[in-house]
Design a protein around this ligand. Structure first.
Ligand code: A2P
Length: 332
């Protein structure tokens, strides 16, 4: 791209949308014009970006009639289903944070540190941002798959309420204040762990669990990896934690494996249990990196490890990853 792009942010008033704006500002992302879009509920409100006020526009069929190069979407699956193709038909490259387009074979599913080359294959003009819990797992798993070849992965997640948007955050705030509400969940979240993220499918898994399984295959480009998952919502505001058990085809030296993780872009190893050092959700919140610790041999198999992986689900799990994809686009 030769000139500075015209940008649109769709869903700009939501949890991820407001973080898109923060990350774009922090990254000093180059742009010419910026359009801020949300639902009729927010139309006319003012959003400040880099010291300038922008009026929120209601998203509609004509929103992309004006010249826009890149649109970052985070307004839910049904909005992406309808409006991403309309935007793409106007020549806009859409980077979509919903699950709507992720498994479409003509839509790249991208974590820039892992599979940036996939971006070129955007036959529909849409690039999908993976599920938050998948993104943070991909960085360490890509590093390890390239070196030791992964046979099987078992994910167990401990996911923050910010992943459910404003309603999830409100439910936890209300519950901590002693007034449980069920705006986002079927049960109170304060003082609870809910083994239920997104809807249940016929096979007994939740849609979140199936996203982790299917997206892992697509991003690592290897359907032969056996993957299973249990995803759990926990009373944490701002970062997802994951226990990841990995079995390899090849043997490894644990120190070398730890170094392999530390050398991977975007990964920070925090692994000093003797000094109580391991990744923590409260420390990861507000940062763009993926933290890995508790790295230890799984003695129940020939070649395997357990590790604890933490990242801010709204940043690396959503907004930061989306902005990184947009940064790849402007490099083209
Ligand atoms: P609005 O604030 O006007 O409702 P979250 O899930 O974090 O609460 O955010 C959802 C985001 O998606 C918000 O910016 C919301 O706008 C936006 N949104 C929801 N429905 C629509 C819609 N039909 N058209 C455009 N934006 C929408």
């Amino acid at each position: 791209m030769n000139k500075k792009p015209n940008l649109a942010v769709v869903g700009a008033t939501g949890v991820v949308g407001t973080t898109f704006l923060k990350v774009l500002e922090e990254e000093d992302f180059p742009f010419d014009n910026l359009y801020i879009m949300a639902s009729a509920r927010s139309a006319g409100k003012t959003v400040t970006f880099k010291g300038k006020d922008y009026i929120v526009e209601e998203l509609n069929e004509h929103s992309f009639d004006k010249p826009i190069d890149i649109a970052l979407f985070s307004a839910g699956g049904s909005v992406s289903a309808k409006y991403a193709p309309i935007a793409a038909a106007h020549g806009v490259t859409v980077v979509d944070n919903s699950s709507q387009w992720r498994m479409d074979p003509d839509v790249p599913l991208v974590v820039p540190e892992v599979n940036p080359e996939a971006i070129k294959n955007r036959k529909k003009g849409i690039i999908a941002n993976p599920n938050c819990s998948t993104i943070q797992a991909m960085l360490p798993l890509k590093a390890l798959h390239d070196k030791y070849k992964i046979k099987r992965v078992v994910y167990s997640t401990y996911q923050a309420v910010s992943g459910s948007g404003m309603k999830g955050i409100q439910d936890l705030k209300n519950g901590l204040a002693g007034h449980d509400t069920n705006l986002a969940y079927p049960h109170p979240i304060a003082g609870n762990c809910l083994p239920h993220i997104d809807v249940f499918e016929d096979n007994g898994y939740t849609k979140e669990e199936m996203k982790m399984i299917n997206e892992t295959h697509k991003i690592l480009g290897d359907d032969s990896i056996k993957v299973t998952a249990t995803t759990v919502r926990v009373p944490v505001f701002g970062a997802h934690s994951e226990s990841i058990n990995v079995e390899f085809y090849n043997d490894f030296d644990l120190d070398e494996l730890r170094q392999t993780l530390a050398d991977f872009p975007g990964v920070i190893v925090q692994d000093d249990p003797a000094n109580n050092v391991y990744p923590l959700a409260r420390e990861a919140e507000g940062t763009n990196e993926v933290y890995v610790g508790r790295i230890r041999r799984d003695f129940s198999v020939d070649y395997g490890i357990n590790m604890w992986v933490v990242a801010d689900n709204i940043r690396k799990g959503a907004a930061t990853n989306t902005v990184q994809i947009a940064e790849e686009l402007i490099k083209e």
